[in-house]
Write a protein that binds this ligand. Structure first.
Ligand SMILES: Cc1cc2nc3c(=O)[nH]c(=O)nc-3n(C[C@H](O)[C@H](O)[C@H](O)COP(=O)(O)OP(=O)(O)OC[C@H]3O[C@@H](n4cnc5c(N)ncnc54)[C@H](O)[C@@H]3O)c2cc1C
Length: 222
């Protein structure tokens, strides 16, 4: 497989950093080709504007999706966006490693989606959901939380984790055609002992070694 790993944590010594390294080393050791985007390390710019493009369709009014469709036609994406698009397009499995922030993606990863998932190139026309551009490719979220497992049950303190993740699963991944694998969630790593965290990293590596046989989940609707 061609595997594409994205890391959205600023601290290499964090638990997210450890999960990212575990995934990178495990997939490479299993013989897969691994590409990475370590967003903070590469100082990825998450702000979406005309800098996304080398081309201009309408100089008088910036409408992002119009510029995206034009750039898709003429090859007009800025080099940082084009590089990310090529990683997305060439992978069989994409994994996003991130801490849950305000029930969603950290801004650097949300900005990556805003800039890279461009109309024309990653969706549009009649290419959505089951007929999406990335049909047949698989994607997975690898998430850590502050709150414990009990807080993320239906009716719990924060509520159903499936509902929390649905805007990402459905609105970003399934929308653009990905088959979504069950998220890998480590609840409250800061509350675990070193031994429990090491066991969690071992379980993550075990899951990754067997991931070729996993079936996609139903991401649900609203
Ligand atoms: C802006 C913001 C918004 C947030 N919103 C939410 C929210 O909506 N919901 C929610 O639940 N939480 C929220 N949080 C909390 C956040 O999700 C957690 O703090 C985060 O997921 C914890 O992951 P980490 O990688 O940062 O952990 P860290 O604190 O970096 O790591 C936990 C522990 O693991 C240790 N560790 C690192 N590597 C290893 C290793 N190899 N082996 C063993 N131990 C290791 C570290 O030393 C540390 O002691 C928010 C936090 C912020 C800053």
């Amino acid at each position: 497989m061609n595997v594409f790993l994205i890391n959205a944590h600023a601290e290499p010594k964090s638990f997210n950093g450890a999960m990212f390294r575990t995934a990178r080393e495990t997939m490479a050791a299993a013989g897969h080709a691994v590409q990475v985007s370590d967003l903070y390390a590469m100082k990825f710019d998450p702000v979406s504007d005309r800098r996304n493009f080398t081309t201009v369709k309408d100089a008088g009014y910036f409408k992002q999706q119009i510029e995206e469709m034009y750039a898709s036609e003429v090859g007009g994406f800025a080099p940082d966006i084009e590089a990310e698009l090529q990683k997305v397009e060439s992978c069989d499995l994409m994994i996003w490693q991130f801490p849950l922030w305000w029930f969603g993606l950290p801004a650097i990863l949300k900005g990556w989606v805003d800039r890279v998932f461009a109309m024309g190139r990653t969706y549009g026309g009649d290419r959505f959901y089951g007929n999406g551009v990335f049909k047949g490719k698989r994607a997975m979220l690898s998430v850590t939380t502050g709150g414990p497992l009990q807080a993320y049950q239906p009716g719990g303190f924060n509520g159903d984790i499936d509902a929390v993740l649905r805007p990402i699963h459905r609105g970003m991944l399934r929308f653009t055609g990905w088959d979504v694998l069950a998220p890998h969630i480590v609840y409250g790593p800061v509350r675990l002992s070193d031994e429990e965290r090491q066991a969690s990293l071992n379980a993550w590596a075990d899951r990754l070694r067997a991931i070729g046989g996993e079936m996609p989940i139903d991401v649900g609707e609203y």
